[in-house]
Design a protein around this ligand. Structure first.
Ligand SMILES: C[S@@+](CC[C@H](N)C(=O)[O-])C[C@H]1O[C@@H](n2cnc3c(N)ncnc32)[C@H](O)[C@@H]1O
Ligand SMILES: [Zn+2]
Length: 285
């Protein structure tokens, strides 16, 4: 019989316990028999039945809820982001080593799960995937759907990981914390940040934004900040327009917390294709 999810997660976390540091005191952590992750100073965090751990040390509100994460999961599973997953997987394979990868602001975990699957199909080296997000609803969904990964509710500003633990840090369409990224990265590691480019979801924006400044988008400032933080920076642009099913349109509308300024009826749209246009920023220290 398969182990209960919580016990299987506890075993996996225990195998990888060297990655953890207490978010309260910074000490090493172990996984206890009653399925919590704890330090010697009695700071203890329970593993939930869906297999994730909540490491939050303060209350936080999130504008990201269950519906938004369900929509993101279905959109990601539709294959819209497959070229991005392939590009990131290729970067990780080029490291030619066993990798520990942290996805910061991982949401409901589908990007990391896809990247790990691709990697394992194509490489003989091992892949330990860890996802952190401040939004509990995202991590609950990640824990429920994707096993053999470490899912943590936590704030990047107080992350529960040991310094120099990860070969790569992913930061996909999420806020960055460069001080923390540099602390967590192993020597020769990569920070891989994905930001929208001007054509990202342009068909939707044209339909649903009235003539506002949001119709056009520039990532210039974010790219500048990234470049200030790393010695070596490479930028890869991924642009692709794909055909979509009509059912995907309301989901695309739903996957952003900003909500779109609606000037058309979602159900009435005849959108048949959608563009992803992303910059992948690759930084080395
Ligand atoms: C636009 S969503 C992107 C989620 C996912 N990477 C994706 O592309 O589907 C941004 C995510 O960043 C998370 N986030 C924001 N601030 C954070 C913080 N301080 N620590 C951890 N996660 C954070 C949010 O909760 C949210 O899930
Ligand atoms: Zn502690």
């Amino acid at each position: 019989m398969a182990l209960p999810r919580k016990v299987a997660s506890a075993n996996y976390m225990s195998e990888n316990r060297a990655l953890f540091a207490c978010p309260v005191c910074g000490d090493e952590m172990t996984v206890t028999e009653d399925c919590s992750v704890a330090c010697d100073n009695r700071h203890s965090f329970d593993i939930a039945k869906q297999g994730y751990v909540n490491f939050m040390t303060h209350a936080a509100t999130s504008m990201y809820g269950k519906d938004l994460f369900e929509a993101r999961k279905l959109v990601i599973e539709s294959g819209l982001y497959a070229p991005m997953h392939t590009a990131i997987c290729d970067l990780l394979k080029q490291m030619n080593t066993n990798v520990a990868v942290l996805d910061t602001g991982c949401g409901e975990g589908s990007h990391l799960a896809s990247i790990k699957n691709k990697f394992q199909e194509q490489s003989d080296t091992s892949f330990v995937g860890v996802g952190i997000d401040i939004a509990k609803e995202g991590i609950i969904a990640a824990g429920r759907h994707y096993t053999d990964m470490i899912w943590c509710v936590g704030d990047l500003a107080k992350s529960p990981y040991q310094q120099e633990s990860f070969n790569a840090i992913l930061n996909i369409l999420s806020p960055a914390n460069y001080t923390e990224f540099k602390r967590l990265l192993k020597p020769n590691g990569l920070v891989i940040k994905v930001v929208p480019q001007s054509g990202y979801l342009q068909e939707l924006r044209a339909l649903f934004f009235a003539e506002s400044e949001k119709e056009s988008y520039s990532n210039e400032l974010i790219v500048e900040r990234f470049k200030e933080n790393f010695l070596e920076v490479e930028v890869k642009r991924i642009t692709q327009t794909i055909e979509i099913n009509k059912e995907l349109v309301p989901l695309l509308m739903h996957m952003t917390p900003m909500g779109w300024h609606q000037k058309s009826d979602v159900a009435a749209t005849n959108l048949t294709e959608i563009t992803i246009d992303l910059d992948i920023l690759i930084g080395k220290m």
